[in-house]
Design a protein around this ligand. Sequence first.
Ligand SMILES: Cc1ncc(C[n+]2csc(CCOP(=O)(O)OP(=O)(O)O)c2C)c(N)n1
Ligand SMILES: [Mg+2]
Length: 122
Amino acid sequence: MTQLGFGLPWAMTLQLLHPGKPVFNVTGDGAFGFSLQELDTARRYGLPVINVIHNNASWGIIKLAYEKGGFDFASGNDFGTSLEGTRYADIAAASIATGRWSRPSRRCSPRSSGRSGRESPR
Ligand SMILES: Cc1ncc(C[n+]2csc(CCOP(=O)(O)OP(=O)(O)O)c2C)c(N)n1
Ligand SMILES: [Mg+2]
């Protein structure tokens, strides 16, 4: 683990160094939010980085620490840890009007292994 948001810029650099090879940025949803704007950089430079977002709709590790620290989530307060509702594929599609980006091809039930979706360039 390191600073949030470094994944996509790193992945774009790797893609520049290795054109034609598949490059993946595997990231948490919160971390991805730190560099969402770099999707536009990827578009401008024609870098087809594949973003795999572990979308648990949460600052998960922070929530875990809060729970261990005794914060009362049962009260209904999420203490700022919820990232519910952000539609990353729609953001990508809206900011990258090339038609090269796909909507999520799969959505899991929140009750399965946490919220997740798959979003990737075609
Ligand atoms: C720039 C920066 N700010 C804060 C942190 C502290 N931090 C580490 S993990 C994390 C939460 C990450 O959330 P997410 O990417 O959604 O991953 P999850 O824990 O949900 O799997 C935070 C805030 C950090 N590493 N870097
Ligand atoms: Mg998360």
